[in-house]
Design a protein around this ligand. Structure first.
Ligand code: ATP
Ligand code: MG
Length: 286
């Protein structure tokens, strides 16, 4: 079973921010009037330079932070009306820093905590916990204290713990930082599987290959504002916008751009698309 039984239909409004402003205590505004809509079943990448406000924005979606001004609606209801514990049943958030999330004595307990906390039956809790341990290659560490595992493993524990909850909305804050290629690939396959069953995915990352490969829509943050909100293919086409935000396209996109004279009109995002568009390039150049 891949989900809790989703409460909403794909295409319904999921998250809505209206003129959202936020400052940490007496500090300057970090979010400066953000408005956006995310629909049920979207797969959105949230990108932008360090300090642009990605994590701060994401924490508003599950109530970890509350707006200084403006509002955030989840399925039409103001987040302010619900405590974090309630919102966490619907919006799962994998912390950018796993150490801010991990607190249990063993990896198994850490993963079981969320499913148990949302009131699932014990047999379901155990089944999901063992499955998440297996999916994220953590079975050998099930009885270890997660806090003393290496960084990549701690990251995987934090992901597995949120994954096991199967929340309708899943926010992953730089989930692949520190993961090896195999772990990254396997994680993304799990995320894709959740997305296919109607879950809404918000992926925060500096890895533009992941964005190109997996996220059809992209939100670009700069200095607390949304600079662009569009199809990833459209955003990756805009050289000026990318330069302005110091975003570098994946190598395959840059190579394809250099080769555009041989295949005009193509706007390639992935290796698979490159092979489709330029597979017979050598022949054509002869
Ligand atoms: N707990 C905090 N207290 C005060 N200021 C903070 C706090 N967390 C973040 N900030 C500031 O808020 C701004 C936005 O930070 P945020 O962490 O949301 O950016 P980000 O886009 O997630 O960056 P990164 O790519 O480095 O994760 C930065 O100027 C940061 O220094
Ligand atoms: Mg961040």
């Amino acid at each position: 079973m891949e989900s809790n039984g989703l409460a909403h239909e794909v295409g319904d409004m999921c998250l809505e921010a209206t003129d959202l402003w936020f400052a940490y205590e007496e500090g300057p505004s970090v979010l400066k009037g953000i408005s956006l809509e995310i629909k049920v079943g979207d797969f959105v990448a949230l990108i932008g330079q360090n300090g642009s406000g990605k994590t701060t924005l994401a924490k508003h979606f599950n109530g970890l932070l509350r707006p200084s001004r403006g509002r955030v609606l989840l399925y039409g209801e103001d987040n302010r009306e619900h405590p974090v514990a309630h919102l966490a049943r619907t919006v799962g958030y994998v912390f950018q820093n796993p150490d801010h999330q991990i607190f249990s004595a063993t990896t198994r307990e850490e993963i079981a905590f969320g499913p148990r906390n949302i009131g699932l039956e014990e047999s379901e809790v155990q089944q999901r916990t063992e499955q998440a341990l297996e999916y994220f290659d953590l079975t050998a560490y099930a009885d270890h204290q997660p806090a003393i595992l290496g960084f990549g493993l701690r990251r995987k524990v934090s992901i597995a713990a949120v994954y096991a909850m199967r929340t309708d909305v899943l926010i992953l804050d730089e989930p692949t930082a520190g993961l090896d290629w195999k772990s990254t690939h396997e994680l993304m396959q799990r995320i894709v599987a959740l997305h296919r069953t109607g879950h809404t995915i918000i992926l925060i990352t500096h890895d533009m290959r992941l964005v190109a490969e997996y996220a059809p829509r992209c939100l670009v943050l700069r200095d607390g504002n949304i600079l662009a909100d569009d199809d990833t293919r459209e955003i990756f086409r805009q050289a000026d916008l990318l330069r302005e935000t110091h975003i570098e396209l994946p190598q395959i996109c840059r190579l394809a751009r250099r080769l555009e004279p041989f295949n005009p009109g193509r706007n390639i995002l992935t290796v698979a698309e490159f092979l489709e568009g330029y597979g017979n390039l050598a022949e054509r150049m002869r």
